[in-house]
Design a protein around this ligand. Structure first.
Ligand SMILES: [Ca+2]
Length: 350
């Protein structure tokens, strides 16, 4: 595969460096453990703490695209204009009363074309009471690090199961999606018209299953904040009855490389060095969030795996069953979704 093809694949996935560098201070990433004498290792330092996060425990109902990611890839002009976005979260009636909240009646529609034309006319819609969220307090924008386009939002707290998320905005093309900037409607029969981002009680095959891919599922909470990059070690382990589960059986390629976490060295331009990259925005050291470069980390695109491993590994043959597509096609709380990998994080507390 030539470089251009690979770049096209990376762009097309959208889960690459175009957006996951967004929140991370470059200055923090310039730290590297270049002086071996100062670098503690697991064997030498009893103070290292170990944390284990399972593949099934991604941060759910917190990060969202505002359109189907495939729609965004096909046409970046469906993205909203910064400063022209209203974000709403549904509220149950009892909570409205208990908290004396100012809420609007809203009808949230699926926007499968991306131009807002189905809002107010389409079949798939849900009516609720909504509160208007505050940027900076209730959510923040996920920006493309290069163009600063608004790719999506990150909520300050995860949605509850019974909460829906809806938006109204003006997109890059100038189309108005829903009732952007309109005053609240307190009339049940004349609700604000909104685009549905995430329904209450979401299910992939439910009535609003179209929005299933709007939820971003490639972020993991590492269980620690303000991480010292010099002591950090991250491995991915397969559940298997052998000692070297940090790599596939009969292969020398570490799982961190297969899953795209090790693409370069400390300089950011060299080949993979066996350590998770701190130069490419994989890890937010301050907040302790690990972001995979694929939108479906444990079911990565085969072309990306080929690129990341220089063609030395593929999920075929004896490895075919190790992919975990159910993580992205089934309900996050489903008991049938099996964990196949764990992320092992070791670090020395500051
Ligand atoms: Ca690396």
């Amino acid at each position: 595969m030539d470089t251009k093809s690979v770049q096209r694949v990376e762009r097309a996935r959208l889960g690459d460096w175009r957006w996951w560098l967004w929140a991370i201070s470059v200055s923090l990433l310039l730290f590297s453990c270049s002086d071996d004498a100062t670098c503690p290792t697991a064997g030498e330092d009893q103070k290292l703490q170990e944390l284990i996060v399972r593949d099934i425990d991604y941060i759910a109902r917190t990060y969202f695209f505002l359109d189907n990611p495939e729609l965004i890839v096909a046409d970046f002009e469906v993205l909203p204009r910064e400063g022209s976005i209203d974000v709403y979260r549904s509220v149950e009636e009892w909570w409205v009363v208990a908290e004396s909240l100012d809420v609007a009646y809203g009808a949230a529609y699926i926007d499968s074309i991306g131009d807002g034309s189905e809002i107010g006319t389409g079949d798939g819609w849900d009516q609720k009471q909504f509160e208007l969220l505050r940027p900076g307090e209730d959510y923040r924008f996920i920006l493309d690090p290069h163009t600063e386009d608004v790719l999506g939002i990150e909520l300050t707290r995860a949605l509850w199961y019974n909460e829906a998320l809806a938006v109204a905005y003006v997109n890059m093309r100038g189309d108005t999606i829903g009732d952007f900037g309109k005053p609240f409607s307190y009339d049940e029969n004349n609700p604000l018209l909104l685009e549905l981002v995430w329904p209450a009680y979401a299910f992939p095959d439910g009535p609003f299953g179209y929005t299933w891919s709007y939820m971003i599922r490639n972020n993991y909470n590492m269980g620690v904040t303000n991480i010292d990059p010099r002591s950090l070690e991250v491995e991915i382990h397969e559940y298997a009855n052998r000692v070297d589960t940090w790599r596939p059986e009969s292969s020398s390629i570490p799982w961190i490389r297969i899953f795209g976490l090790d693409q370069t060295d400390d300089t950011g331009v060299g080949p993979p060095d066996g350590k998770v990259d701190l130069t490419r925005g994989v890890i937010d050291l301050v907040r302790g969030i690990l972001t995979f470069p694929s939108l479906t980390p444990f079911d990565p695109d085969s072309a990306l795996v080929e690129y990341w491993t220089d063609g030395e590994f593929a999920f075929t043959g004896q490895y075919a069953d190790l992919k975990n597509p159910e993580l992205y096609t089934d309900h996050p709380e489903s008991q049938s979704v099996q964990s196949k990998f764990s992320i092992v994080i070791r670090h020395e507390p500051r």
